[in-house]
Design a protein around this ligand. Sequence first.
Ligand SMILES: C[S@@+](CC[C@H](N)C(=O)[O-])C[C@H]1O[C@@H](n2cnc3c(N)ncnc32)[C@H](O)[C@@H]1O
Length: 255
Amino acid sequence: MPELPDHVARNREYWDERAESYVANARENWAAEEASWGIWSVPETELRMLPEDPEGLDAIELGCGTAYVSSWLARDGATPVGIDNSEAQLATARAMQAEHGLDFELIHGNAEEVPYPDGSFDFAISEYGASIWCDPDLWIPEAARLLRPGGRLVFLVNSPLMMLCAPKNEEDPVTEQLLWPQFGMKKFDDFEGDDAVEYHLPHGELIALLRRNGLEIEELIEVQPPADATTSYEWARLEWARKWPTEEVWKVRKA
Ligand SMILES: C[S@@+](CC[C@H](N)C(=O)[O-])C[C@H]1O[C@@H](n2cnc3c(N)ncnc32)[C@H](O)[C@@H]1O
């Protein structure tokens, strides 16, 4: 088997170690009647990340984790495939499939190199999966390759502004100071306490990358927490998130 790129190997170890702590979240999301998203559990009615008319769509979830997003797609009549780098996360996804009587394909692999031919999908989605853990110069072209003309890619990421204000110790709350330079920002791999690698691009560079890959931007939503929002992520402060975006949704379409 070819050797994994360094960031993929590091992130595999990171997620295999943490999978256990995501089981409760998987249970909750698999059982949820309504989809909700991200740090603040913003309801689907607000963000509209899922396809309007999912019936019969071929969909891929890039970095599916415990695959609850794929389960929502399957329940709505789409045919999802989930790919994830962590076998431990996929073990939870498989247990949830059995518990909920839902069956769809789950692939253990790197979302930067998906074993499917060009133009296999109508819809691609990533909620903090490939969208932050994969190299954007690899996963965005790969998502574009996998989509049929007219197909859509929707993804949720941390806002670049929040990343610029995030302290080196990831457990510490986000600050009101710019702690990192924006120019040259892309790979974040020196957070204290773990060996994981994240990727975050400034808006200008992400827009250019999407357009170079034939992806037209339909919408960028800078997410605001709902009135009654809470979160289990201690570093995300509600007071901060009421003033600046902690996360954002990109919706793009293959020309
Ligand atoms: C926060 S989870 C996101 C998935 C889902 N929304 C959830 O919260 O369970 C991040 C997932 O990205 C996966 N991941 C990281 N690097 C990846 C890669 N190169 N290819 C595929 N999946 C990857 C991790 O294994 C992890 O399961």
